[in-house]
Design a protein around this ligand. Structure first.
Ligand SMILES: *Cc1c(COP(=O)(O)O)cnc(C)c1O
Length: 429
């Protein structure tokens, strides 16, 4: 299938998944195998030398995972993709080829709490430093750059604050600084936003969320645009220098715009090992078939719920970039023209106490730590996901004591609104 001529919904169903050439099976087979038989000793040697492309061992590559990789690369407009066991595994995998002890990244303070945690507390154990900056002021990225900076990291639409990043402005600063821009596109999905169109180099996903879509499967992905010159400035020796793990092979000279993706499989997955289970890749492929339909309904429902809450007497404020009153509405119109997603926060009058009562009072909503499910979900970040942060860090991440985060599902919208109304009534009675 030549992808260029088809629309998003068509590609969501067909990209990466032609009928199985061996059996004619129309649905993607789950290749539940650990290893693959070599044709002969020469074939085996060529595979291990990366002189021929093929399957060796499912820690590196697997045909079901490869189908998901092809589909995600297509939907994001990228060149190659590597799937991983979770979104967080994908983030480590994404940075791994770029980093070494002493290397730095510049990241937005508005990232998902778990990502901030990973950057602040775990990356230092690798000798990596994350400088966390307020991304609303895009010049902060320029100010934080040093000779050790290897990447910028932002979210297109941030979890949970409803913050939209000015991807194009930050990409320009990355380009001028000679570093790639990594964009976590989990909340927007490629249906709502394609960061590569605005200059992003690498896209990371937690496929756990909207891409799989039904809260069944952990997974992550890294998509490479194939557009970055890894030999620039001698900053990325793992990609554009002799790789000791492959007898001095230079990935960029050998594989060109597929260098990053080949490295992610041949070195990243091989040595770090966070491979995705083929069954999860299969469920995620199934989910992606309905991505466009689901996102349309997620966004329509979220817009109605946000507008309702904005007028609700028990609600102090609503942070949904799709609302005309929102600070990020202009950026949302530019980067998310089809809708501002379905994750947003609102503040209850009465703070922490009332927030906790609301999560205890909902009946249709599920109180849990996930987003992007067909089911509507609620959480009080201050007492859960953002618990490990300091008070100041929580407020900076949009997770203060009065904040509730919603992930609006695709149920009948009147039922969603009625459930919130009864929970708010109980909590404030
Ligand atoms: C959930 C999430 C992650 C982490 O993904 P896991 O699949 O849970 O490891 C990273 N970024 C964002 C924006 C997320 O919502």
């Amino acid at each position: 299938m030549s992808d260029k001529t088809f629309g998003f919904e068509t590609l969501s169903i067909h990209a990466g998944a032609a009928p199985d050439p061996a059996t004619g099976a129309r649905a993607l087979p789950i290749y539940q195998t650990t290893a693959y038989v070599f044709e002969d000793a020469d074939h085996a040697a060529a595979l291990f030398n990366l002189q021929t492309v093929g399957f060796i061992y499912s820690r590196l590559t697997n045909p079901t995972n490869a189908a998901l990789e092809a589909r995600l690369a297509t939907l994001e407009g990228g060149r190659g993709c590597t799937v991983a066991s979770s979104g967080h595994a994908a983030q480590v995998l994404a940075l791994f080829p770029l980093m070494s002890p002493g290397a730095e990244i510049v990241a937005s303070s508005r990232l998902y709490g778990g990502s901030l945690q990973q950057m602040r507390n775990t990356y230092p154990k690798f000798g990596w430093t994350a400088k966390i900056v307020d991304a609303d002021e895009t010049e902060n990225f320029k100010r934080a750059v040093t000779e050790h900076t290897k990447a910028f990291f932002i979210e297109s639409l941030a979890n949970p604050g409803g913050v939209v990043s000015d991807i194009e402005a930050i990409a320009r600063i990355a380009e001028a600084s000679g570093v790639p821009l990594l964009v976590d596109n989990t909340l927007a999905t490629p249906y709502l936003c394609k960061p590569i169109d605005y200059g992003a180099t690498l896209i990371v996903h937690s496929t756990t969320k909207f891409l799989s879509g039904t809260g069944t499967s952990m997974g992550g992905a890294v998509v490479d645009s194939g557009k970055f010159d890894w030999s620039r400035g001698g900053k990325f020796p793992s990609l554009a220098g002799p790789e000791p793990a492959y007898h001095g092979l230079n990935f960029y000279e050998t594989f060109g715009d597929m260098a990053y993706t080949f490295h992610s499989h041949a070195v990243g997955l091989r040595d770090l090992g966070p491979s995705q289970a083929p069954f999860n890749a299969w469920l995620t492929m199934l989910g992606i078939e309905t991505l466009g339909l689901r996102m349309e309904r997620h966004c329509a429902n979220a817009a109605k719920v946000a507008a309702h809450l904005e007028k609700h007497p028990a609600v102090a404020w609503v942070n949904y970039a799709g609302l005309p009153s929102n600070k990020y509405n202009k950026l949302a119109k530019k980067y998310l023209p089809k809708g501002a997603g379905s994750i947003f926060t609102f503040g209850v009058k009465g703070g922490y106490e009332v927030g906790v009562k609301v999560v205890d009072g909902v009946e249709l909503f599920s109180h849990l730590a996930n987003i992007g499910d067909a089911k509507s979900l609620i959480i009080h970040p201050a007492s859960t996901t953002h618990r490990q942060l300091s008070d100041e860090q929580r407020v900076a991440a949009g997770a203060g004591p009065d904040v509730l985060r919603l992930s609006i599902g695709i149920e009948t919208v009147d039922d969603i609104i009625a459930d919130l109304d009864q929970a708010l009534a109980k909590a404030t009675a």
